[in-house]
Design a protein around this ligand. Sequence first.
Ligand code: GLP
Length: 256
Amino acid sequence: MPVSRQALFGARGSKRMSSQEAGSIRLVRKNNPEAVGLEAAGMVANQLVEKPDSTLVFPTGNTPLPMYKALLHMPHLNWKKSRLFHLDEYVKPAGYNRPVPYETYEDYMRRELWDCLDANKHYFSHYTDNPAAYEAQVNATGGPDLVILGIGANGHIAFNEPGSAKDSPARTIDLADQTILSNFGSVGKQGYPTQAVTLGLKTILSAKRIILLATGEGKRDILKRALDPSTPADPAIPASFLKEHPNVTVITDFDL
Ligand code: GLP
C-alpha cells in the first residue's frame, strides 16, 4: 500500500517509516538544499563528537555540496582521528592521462572538503586497479560508522548500478547509459569514463548509520519507488536495500 504524506511526515517534519523487513527509515523534510546540507552536516558533526575516530564515507555529486559547505563552517570540529573514505571513483578511460576532461572524485573531495581538514584521508583513485583493497581498508577500521549517500536517477547508490546484489563487494562496474548521460551529458563521449570503481552494497549496508540526501523534484519518483514499504528490496533499484537497514535517515527538500 502506498504511504501517504501524512503517514510519512509528522508535525515536526520528521517521522519513522517502518519497512517490510527489519529496518525503519527516518524521513526528514527540509525547505531547501541548504537546509538539507545543514541537517546532514549537523549529523556528521554529532558523529565526530560522539566518536572522534569515526570511519566516515562521503558521496560526490551536486546534492551533498551544501553539506560540505556547512561542514567547512564548523571550524571547531576535530577531524584528526577520523578515517575518511569516499564511495566511488571513475576509471580513467584507456589511453587518457591527466588532464582528463572531467573532474575525478578525488579532485572533488579535495576541493569541497578534504584539503581543508587534518584527517586520515583515503582516496579511491589510488585503488582503481584494486577496489577490493580499498574496501578492505574501510573494513580494517572496524567498518563504516556513518555512510552518507546521494541517489542516482536510476536508483544507484555510490556506483552500485541496477542489478547490484545486496551483498555485492567493491568492484569495477560498467556505468549505466543513464548514469553516463546524467554525469557527462552525452552517451559515449570520447575521453569520458564508461566504468567506475565503487564500494559494494555489502560494506555500505554494514554501516552503523546511513544518511541519504535527495534534493530537487527530479529525485522524488525514484526515491519514492526505492523506499516504498509495500514492495520488497530489489536489485533493480539498489537504493531499495536501505529499507532493510536498521538506521537510515533520508533528508529531502520535497514531500515524498
Ligand atoms: C553519481 C555518484 C553518486 C551520486 C549520484 C547523484 O553517480 N556516483 O554517488 O549519488 O551521482 O549525483 P547528484 O547528487 O549530482 O544528483
